[in-house]
Design a protein around this ligand. Structure first.
Ligand code: PNS
Length: 147
């Protein structure tokens, strides 16, 4: 079984994230959307709401699970018997961060876990969780950016 985790803060989970999951589905048997909980940061969107909206977005997909984790992403991947980590890259600005994290995770997992990077659709390249949080803070309608 090819199992991948798709880790992130997902504060909130956007249409860009949903697009990555849908496009990654043919590559894996199961995708676990893994919401990383960072106790140092207070999220903008409550965890329960985030879990619920992601589950609703993938209600038609039996091969997609939504779980939360604390600690290192590679430890969670191992716990779930996942061999892959999926990450999305929007622009060149994401690249250095993703490359460093992929290298760190490869080393931490003794190269047993591979990071698979997918590029977001160009038309969604400007959609990020921070952009959506900013719009929400200014009272704008954010529903077009949520799955
Ligand atoms: O959506 P984000 O904010 O880019 O997600 C970042 C996340 C949660 C994937 C990253 O911060 C993470 O993996 N955190 C857990 C700690 C960890 O494993 N760090 C990487 C190796 S030091």
């Amino acid at each position: 079984m090819k199992i991948a985790i798709f880790p992130g803060s997902f504060d909130p989970f956007t249409i860009g994230h949903a697009d990555i999951v849908r496009r990654a589905l043919p590559l894996f048997d199961e995708i676990i959307i893994a919401i990383g909980i960072n106790h140092q940061k207070t999220p903008c969107f409550p965890l329960e709401k985030r879990i619920q909206s992601i589950r609703e977005a993938f209600a038609d997909q039996t091969r997609v699970k939504v779980l939360t984790y604390t600690g290192l992403t590679v430890d969670f991947a191992r716990e779930q018997q996942a061999q892959y980590i999926i990450r999305g890259i929007r622009t060149i600005a994401d690249f250095e961060y993703e490359r460093t994290m992929a290298d760190a995770n490869a080393q931490l997992a003794e190269h047993e876990i591979q990071t698979i990077v997918l590029f977001t659709k160009p038309e969604l390249a400007h959609v990020s969780s921070s952009f959506v949080r900013e719009l929400a803070a200014h009272g704008r309608d954010i529903t077009p950016y949520l799955p």
